[in-house]
Every structure is written in C-alpha cells, then in structure tokens.
Design a protein around this ligand. Structure first.
Ligand code: CIR
Length: 253
C-alpha cells in the first residue's frame, strides 16, 4: 500500500488531562507539540500531503486521531471510540475525512478504536480490547467484507490496543510481543519478536517502505535493521506518557 495523505491534529495545552495508564508523570505540552511537529515533518519527508487540524482543548486525547476512523481505498469507517471521554472526537474529524472518502458510521453500542485495527493488504486484524467490542467488529466487518476484505478478531491480553503490541513492518513481517507469537491468526507472517523490556517499540510505523520507530529501543532497532528498509528514529517520550505511540498520531491513506 502506498500512502499519499495523512490527517493529524495538533496536541492541545490540556494533553496531560487525557487518559493514561503509563504512570510516567505528566507530559509537557510544549515538548509534546515539538515531538508532534517532528512526526509531521517525517510524514512530509516521505512524500505525504498532511492535513493538520487545530487543537481541541476539550478533548485532550484528540491528537490520537488514529482511533477515530479506519480508512481504506473504498471507504472510511468512522468509529465509535470505546472510551466515553473520546466519543465526541469523531464529530469534528468526520467532515474532513468525508472530503476524501465515502463515510460509514458505527451505531450505538458498537465500539472500536482505530488503534485496534491492523490492516495488511485486504486483511484486517482487530483487537478485542477494553475499547473495541464484538459488536464493533461485527459492524466493521459488515461494512468492509463486501469490498473483499477479511476480518479476524484477536484477543488482546495486555496493552491498550492491538497495535500497542503488533504491527506490520513490510516484507510480509510482523513485529509483535512474545505473548502474540503463538497466536495462529498470525501464521504465515515472518515475525520479529519484541524484547519484553522494549514492547513500546512494537508501535513502529511502516510508511511507503520506510520504518519510523521510537528513539531509545536498541534491541528493536537492531532487529528492524535486518529487514533492510530505511529507518527513521524519533523521540516520543511525551506521547508515551499518555499511552500514545507513532501509529496513533495520524490517519494515513
Ligand atoms: C487513550 O487512552 O485513548 C489515549 N490516551 C491514547 C490513545 C493511543 N492511541 C492509539 O494507540 N491508537
């Protein structure tokens, strides 16, 4: 898949009021924005056109735009985020997405965060988590199966989202946590297994055959280098404090 566009949102001054389980202290809003700007610069350097939306101080997690929608060439599914404090985020981003794609909305009771949705060609792997429920996966499958996509649900034991622990890094390869290795749903892929101390770096982003990975995870970097793809490291210290990673901060299409 070749990406030409991304949608992002500037982090608000209120970032520290968002949801987190990280126990890593409050993020600095200025430094969060600096790390966000570095991220946008990387997307631009990879040839993407980036639409950056204004900060939304009333929604301190709103710069984690990935959770609000899932885009594919044929349509965009606007999610109904699992956390009540994040549900309102979709109202302001959906009109922007609809400039690019036909949109389908999830109904009441069906919940999904885009962070749970891993797309590999025509296959979707979707985490069943505290944010994404079976009704959400069912509704999503109904919307996309008619376009030839397959949908597999994946039980996620630890971590916030599926993509907190499993990501596609090109070359028919997944990077994944030790716990996910034996999951039969991932059979057929080459696997890079994360050192448990570096699980956060599993949230590595593959864009146009370049890998973007967080700074400070040497074992993961060494393993990623075996793929022979260009790798860009970037600091996400403040993003991590709010349980966020590299995939969360954009919608790519
Ligand atoms: C949340 O708990 O919803 C945010 N603080 C972090 C969301 C991260 N999103 C993602 O991994 N896709």
């Amino acid at each position: 898949m070749y990406f030409t566009h991304a949608i992002t949102r500037l982090p608000a001054d209120t970032v520290a009021s968002g949801l987190t389980t990280a126990n890593a202290g409050a993020p600095d809003a200025e430094l969060t924005r600096a790390q966000f700007r570095d991220y946008v610069d990387i997307l631009l350097s990879l040839g993407l056109t980036v639409t950056t939306l204004p900060a939304q101080p009333d929604y301190p997690d709103a710069h984690f735009v990935e959770d609000t929608a899932v885009l594919m060439p044929e349509l965009a599914v606007i999610t109904n985020p699992g956390a009540p404090s994040r549900r309102g985020e979709v109202e302001s981003i959906a009109p922007v997405i609809s400039r690019f794609r036909h949109t389908v909305w999830m109904g009441e009771g069906a919940h999904m965060d885009g962070g749970d949705v891993l797309m590999v060609d025509k296959r979707f792997f979707i985490g069943l988590t505290s944010r994404t429920n079976e009704a959400g996966i069912r509704e999503f499958a109904t919307a996309v199966e008619k376009f030839g996509y397959t949908v597999s649900a994946v039980e996620v034991g630890a971590g916030l989202h599926l993509k907190s622990i499993v990501n596609y890094v090109g070359r028919n390869t997944l990077i994944l946590s030790e716990d996910s290795v034996d999951n039969p749903v991932f059979k057929g892929f080459n696997q890079i297994v994360l050192n448990p101390e570096e699980e956060y770096a599993g949230n590595t982003l593959w864009i146009n055959d370049t890998l973007i990975t967080p700074t400070g995870y040497p074992d993961t970097l060494k393993k990623l280098k075996t793929l022979g793809l260009p790798i860009i490291e970037t600091d996400t210290s403040e993003i991590r404090k709010m349980d966020g990673g590299l995939t969360c901060m954009s919608l790519r299409f």
